[in-house]
Structures are given as structure tokens and as C-alpha cells.
Design a binder for this molecule. Structure first.
Ligand code: M6R
Length: 607
């Protein structure tokens, strides 16, 4: 989950590396560092905490050197301090690493036995020493790196630099992504194409097991056995995006406000609004020929998939098995040959989701990826990519990616239902029409910001919050709780409202507000009964509903947020907005770091 960069350039590279690291800071922000080669010697600057600290350091103590590597860290092994910050050095070898070296303890013992001293608590330092040991044995740099790579178990993207050669970086990938960027007389390495965007949009992605020798005017990719392999050079589409907060205080706020537009783009990609139909998709199967779907994802993307399960089962009469990817990948689930699997991921790099995909690949079922980063590993390893057109999402808390994932899943449900004949042409038109209104309703919800901000001010005084919902509002309840806990650090839980009396009701008192997500739908009255149970125990209710729901709620609430009356099918997309806004404003009142909350990273490339 760290971000890595390497540049073999023609001008001093340290400022360029910092610029690239800024675009990778979403991957981790516990510490950062840069190393270059100055007059045949390795030189480095490292700083604990955010990248601004490193920038400050470099301002006072600049680095020269036209070749360099850089790192922004999400700590796995060793506390986030300067000593554990990358790059790590060993006798003329410098290294930056994203991932986990699983056999580091054993290698550490072995290297200590050979007299190597460890200055950090990281797993990464073993790699620097392993390579240095080969150099000391007289092995040339490239071969020394190759020998060391063969000793590593685990997940890694690495950039390795040698004091003895200022025209060489060795990159390696096993798990986390690594892209090589092609310039004119200069070359780049980065964890993703966005990092390299200021320099080039011509990139080559390494595949698992690949390693590459990168010099100013040439590069060569090898497989783990050292055989040269060809990898496609692509034009990166992500490169053109500007990563900028605009007039907003935080990326999260900007991304919440972008939703009417990006939902509209995403829906237009999949639906023909004039005809009132779903557009044909290039799927390697027909939904009429399959009898089951498997979904897997993590975090917010998982909760989008859970909403999708309700939609697919209800409208397309297609059962969906869904699990969080960290469980899916290990539970050896039997997968019917008449099924298809879909993986949902904003980044397209989440390690557990990727592993689940690979499990399904082995099972031989067709695979679809619902991803925001089109060039990501998950997209590249799928049979078909169904993009969310959310644009880059920078805030760690996922907002617009979630509603775009829901938009794709809704459109896909219509496609499946139409192919399976479980909806009529008129019903298809009605569903497409209701989706076409989503951007307009989303824009209306954004105008409730003053009321939601006021509720958030109250909420920020509590230590625990419970979210309740039924049907598609149940995943939303969990999403609301996830959003609130990750950015405000208030403890929050999301429950199916019907489960309340099976345990969580014991928690209800005046110190635990209960946020009820309840559009006036078929089962609204059931949720009202649950609200009565909360009210009877002195619980404070914040109800998110529509006009009809507000009129029929029959309980006193601490606050009722009234959303536009929307068709039931699109309610999960619309109701996502107030829960995002509530979490956002609460975090702002609490004064937390909204875009880069503690302990988290945007892209989780380790399991
Ligand atoms: O990139 P992905 O969509 O695969 O990421 C999955 C989760 O890590 C992500 O949704 C996470 O839960 C967010 N921080 C939630 O806001």
C-alpha cells in the first residue's frame, strides 16, 4: 500500500520524485523518502509523517542527482518513524518497496549470521542486504538483484538503485502494481500511471513475476527465470486527469459534489436513455445461460456489491453469492460452471479482491471487473471491464466511486433481467427512466447540506452511533457506519433493522444516536416498528426518509432528513449521499484529517 517511484532522468530528479509521490500519497502517508546518486554516492532524505515534511527537509537540504527513487509509506513492519522510512540502504544499494516480504524473519537471521547489521524494523531492509551480499561476492548489479529476487516470498513492487551505476534502476513486481513510463532519453517507474502522468502517458505494466532493467534509453523486462519477455506498451488514459481540490476544503467534499455528474456519465455509458434500454455489453456469456453469480470486493466496494445482490435477485431472479474478498479467497467456495463472477474495486489493485478473482479464474468461470482505474491489475486480468466513470478518487473515504459502482450494478441488473426475460420491455423502460433521474435527485440532496451539517454538529458529541436499515438500506446502514468510523473515528455499527432485537438493542440509550435509513418502500412499516423499539428505550433517532416516510413515521425523532421521493430502484444511490455528507461534516467538526484519516490508505495492495 506504499507508493514507489523511480526516475532515470536528465535533470535533478528529487523535485520530480516528490511531485510523483504527491500523486501516490493516497497509498500511504506514514513517512516518505527520496534517494539519489550524487558523485557516485547514495544520498537520501527521509521524514516521518506526510510528504510536506519531506518537502520541507529537501528545501533545507536539497538533493542533486539525475537518478533517484522515492517512497511514501503505509507501515506494515515497524513503526512509522524516520528510521523505518524508505529508501533503505546497504553498501551502495538503495531500495524502495511496496508490499510485504513474508520470509523476512528467516532472511534477517541468515543475513545477521553473515554480519549484516539492521538499522530498521522493516521487512524491506533484508532485500537491500541480500543484494549487497551478492555485490560483495563479485556479482554484477543486475544479476545481484535477480539472485535476491529469487529468494523473496510475499508481495512486492520494488525499485532498486546502485551507487556504482547512475544509469540503472531495477524494478520488480510480484503482486502490487508497477508501471514503467517511457520518456525521451529518460525513463520512469511508478506504482501507477497517475504518478507518472506529469512525465509521460506511455507506460508498460509489469506482470506478476516480472522484473525489469531500466536505463535512460532502454529497458528490458525479464521473467523470474531471467528470460527476456515482451510486455505491451500502452497509452495511459488516467494521465490527463488533474488532481486538484478546486474550491473545496477537502477532496472528499469535492468528490461528494461531483456525484450528479459522474453518475450521469457512468449511466450514459451503459444505458440508452432514448430507447429506454440497457446497451449491449461485450460480456463473454449471456445472463440467460447462467444460474448463479459470485461477487467479491472489500470495504465500500463490497457494500456496493451487496446492494447489487438485492437488485439481481429481485429483478433478474439470479442468485448472487457475495463475500468480502479476504474471506472469499480462502473459503474454497464451490463455483458452478454455469456462473459468472464480478469483482468490484475502485482502485482495481486491492490484494484480496485480486486473489479472489484469481481463485475464480482457476475455477474457469467468466470474470467481469467493475473498476474505476481502467488500467489496473483487476481490469487487466478480467475477461470484461465494466468501468465506473467516477474519475480519480483521492479522498480515502470512497464516495463517488460507490455511487458509480451502484450505477454500473443497476445497469447490469437491467441487462441481466432483460436477457433472462424476467422483466418486460415496459419494465425495462421504467427502470432505465428511473435511473435517468438519479443525477437530478442527487443534486437535490446536495442542497440539504445545511441541515445535514447541523445534524453532524450534534453527532460529533457522541462516542457511538448505530445505523439501521432494511433491504437495500441495510448495506447502506453498514456503509454509513463505515464512512463515519473511518473519517471521524466515532465508533459506529450498521445493522439490519430486523436484527436489532437480537442483540444491539441492549446498547440503546440516550448516548447512542440511531440513524435510520428508511425510504417509504414496501417494508417501511417494519422499520417503523424498529424505530418504536428504539424510542421506547430512550434512544435518539435521526431518520433519513422521504416525505411520505416522514409523515408516517409515528415516532419522535432527534432530526428527520427528508429526501426527494424517488423510485425504489434508485433509492440506494440517492440515500448514499446524506450518509456521506453526515460523515464528512462530522469529521470536519471533529477536526480530523478527512482526506487522509489515520491508519488508512486508499489502495490496499497487501492482504
Ligand atoms: O479500491 P477498492 O475499491 O478495492 O478498495 C476497497 C476498500 O479498501 C475501500 O472501499 C475502503 O473500504 C474505503 N476506504 C471505504 O471508504
Amino acid at each position: 500500500m506504499c507508493g514507489i517511484v523511480g526516475i532515470v532522468g536528465q535533470t535533478p530528479v528529487a523535485p520530480l520524485i516528490v511531485d510523483a509521490l504527491k500523486r501516490l500519497e493516497y497509498r500511504g502517508y506514514d513517512s516518505a523518502g527520496v534517494a539519489t546518486i550524487e558523485n557516485g554516492e547514495l544520498a537520501r532524505r527521509r521524514a516521518e509523517g506526510k510528504l510536506v515534511n519531506l518537502e520541507r527537509r529537501l528545501k533545507n537540504e536539497p538533493l542533486d542527482g539525475m537518478i533517484g527513487i522515492g517512497h511514501t509509506r503505509w507501515a506494515t513492519h515497524g513503526v512509522p518513524n524516520e528510521t523505518n522510512a524508505h529508501p533503505h540502504f546497504s553498501n551502495g544499494v538503495a531500495i524502495v518497496h511496496n508490499g510485504i516480504i513474508e520470509n523476512f524473519a528467516e532472511l534477517r537471521q541468515e543475513l545477521k549470521g553473515d554480519g549484516y547489521e539492521f538499522t530498521s524494523q522493516t521487512d524491506t531492509e533484508v532485500v537491500a542486504h541480500l543484494i549487497a551480499r551478492e555485490l560483495a561476492r563479485g556479482v554484477k548489479p543486475v544479476e545481484a538483484a535477480h539472485v535476491a529476487l529469487k529468494r523473496l516470498n510475499g508481495a512486492f513492487a520494488l525499485a532498486i538503485m546502485f551507487a556504482s551505476d547512475d544509469n540503472l534502476i531495477v524494478g520488480a513486481r510480484n503482486g502490487p502494481p508497477l508501471a514503467i513510463g517511457h520518456g525521451e532519453g529518460e525513463m520512469f517507474l511508478g506504482s501507477d500511471a497517475i504518478a507518472l502522468a506529469p512525465f509521460t502517458n506511455s507506460v508498460t505494466y509489469l506482470e506478476d513475476g516480472d522484473w525489469a532493467v531500466v536505463r535512460r534509453d532502454e529497458f528490458q523486462v525479464y521473467d523470474i527465470d531471467g528470460k527476456p519477455v515482451e510486455r505491451q506498451r500502452r497509452q495511459s488514459v488516467g494521465s490527463s486527469y488533474l488532481v486538484d481540490k478546486g474550491n473545496h476544503r477537502h477532496f472528499m467534499e469535492k468528490e461528494i459534489h461531483e456525484q450528479p455528474e459522474v453518475i450521469s456519465h457512468t449511466l450514459a455509458h451503459y444505458l440508452d436513455f432514448t430507447q429506454g434500454t440497457s446497451k449491449p455489453l461485450d460480456l463473454p456469456f449471456n445472463f440467460a445461460d447462467i444460474d448463479r453469480l459470485a461477487f467479491s470486493a472489500c470495504g465500500t466496494a463490497y457494500l456496493a456489491g451487496l446492494v447489487g445482490k438485492y437488485w439481481f435477485e429481485r429483478h433478474a431472479r439470479l442468485p448472487v453469492d457475495i463475500d468480502v474478498a479476504s474471506e472469499f479467497r480462502y473459503r474454497e467456495m464451490p463455483i458452478s460452471k454455469k456462473s459468472a463472477a464480478f469483482f468490484v474495486s475502485q482502485s482495481g489493485e486491492t490484494a484480496d479482491t485480486l486473489a479472489s478473482l484469481r481463485y475464480c479464474r482457476k475455477e474457469g468461470v467468466p470474470i467481469g471487473a467493475i473498476v474505476n482505474v481502467r488500467e489496473s491489475t483487476i481490469a487487466r486480468e478480467s475477461d470484461v471491464t465494466l468501468p465506473t466513470l467516477a474519475g480519480p478518487e483521492i479522498g480515502v473515504a470512497s464516495t463517488k466511486a460507490f455511487t458509480c459502482q451502484l450505477s454500473v450494478l443497476a445497469a447490469l441488473t437491467i441487462r441481466a433481467a432483460s436477457q433472462r426475460g424476467t422483466i418486460t420491455a415496459d419494465e425495462e423502460q421504467a427502470l432505465v427512466r428511473s435511473l435517468s433521474e438519479t443525477p437530478r435527485y442527487a443534486a437535490q440532496v446536495l442542497k440539504l447540506d445545511k441541515q445535514i451539517e447541523k445534524v453532524a454538529r450534534d453527532l460529533s458529541h457522541y462516542k457511538h452511533v448505530l445505523y439501521l436499515g432494511r433491504d437495500t438500506s441495510f448495506p447502506l446502514a453498514m456503509e454509513g457506519a463505515l464512512k463515519l468510523k473511518e473519517i471521524s473515528y466515532i465508533h459506529a455499527e450498521g445493522y439490519a433493522a430486523g436484527e436489532l432485537k437480537h442483540g444491539p438493542i441492549a446498547l440503546i440509550d440516550e448516548n447512542m444516536p440511531v440513524i435510520v435509513i428508511a425510504p417509504h418502500d414496501r417494508i417501511f412499516e417494519k422499520t417503523v416498528s424498529n424505530m418504536q423499539e428504539v424510542a421506547a428505550r430512550g434512544g435518539k433517532i435521526i431518520l433519513i426518509t422521504d416525505r411520505k416516510g416522514a409523515a408516517q413515521a409515528t415516532v419522535d425523532t432527534m432530526e428527520t432528513i427528508i429526501l426527494p421521493d424517488v423510485p425504489e430502484f434508485i433509492a440506494p444511490i440517492i440515500y448514499a449521499l446524506p450518509i456521506q455528507m453526515l460523515a464528512y461534516f462530522t469529521a470536519v467538526f471533529m477536526g480530523t484529517d478527512v482526506d487522509q484519516p489515520r491508519n488508512l490508505a486508499k489502495s490496499v495492495t497487501v492482504e
